[in-house]
Ligand binder design. Structure first.
Ligand SMILES: [Mg+2]
Length: 177
């Protein structure tokens, strides 16, 4: 069992310009690649856990998402901060079949985080989740993640820390749990 860093994608790793489904619309946010490198240096397994309602809504396909994900993982590894695994939930209640059903994989449910814990042998109590939505914090709590960090303009009292972006991430925020 090892500690992990669980990252939301849109609004955390990349600019959330709305339903980003292609490489040309994926722009790394400040501090993102530095944080991935930091996680590697600290020995944290990195998993991305991302709701992708754009698939349910028909804005892009699962295959397009997979293409973008492969590119993202290659870029991260090339930058020295590999992402071990990416989990995505394509479900949304207002989406198209077969994605228009409730799913334990859609945050705020903890399904993707729990799957990452099994696959990567993560000790969730010693792991950290970073997300930009209240649902990210809720998913972290539901999964028993030790520390939940919110990316937001205003302090989130439900989070353990709030940062404007990933440039504020320090070693202390990722370890010593
Ligand atoms: Mg987000």
């Amino acid at each position: 069992m090892r500690p992990g860093l669980l990252l939301d994608r849109d609004g955390v790793l990349n600019d959330d310009t709305g339903y980003v489904g292609t490489v040309d619309r994926f722009v790394w946010r400040p501090g993102a690649l530095d944080t991935l490198r930091r996680a590697r240096r600290l020995g944290l397994a990195v998993a991305v856990v991302t709701n992708q309602a754009g698939i349910a809504r028909g804005f892009y396909t699962w295959e397009a998402f997979a293409t973008l994900t492969r590119w993202m993982m290659t870029e991260a590894a090339r930058a020295g901060g590999p992402i071990a695994a990416v989990y995505a939930s394509p479900y949304h209640p207002e989406g198209l079949p077969p994605w228009n059903q409730p799913s334990p994989l859609r945050k705020p449910a903890p399904g993707m985080l729990l799957a990452a814990a099994v696959d990567l042998s993560l000790d969730l109590a010693r792991s950290v989740m970073i997300g930009d939505q209240p649902t990210d914090i809720a998913a972290a709590r539901a999964a028993g993640v030790g520390r939940a960090i919110r990316i937001a303009d205003q302090p989130d009292p439900l989070a353990d820390a709030t940062l404007l972006d990933l440039t504020g991430v320090t070693d202390d925020l990722l370890i010593s749990l």
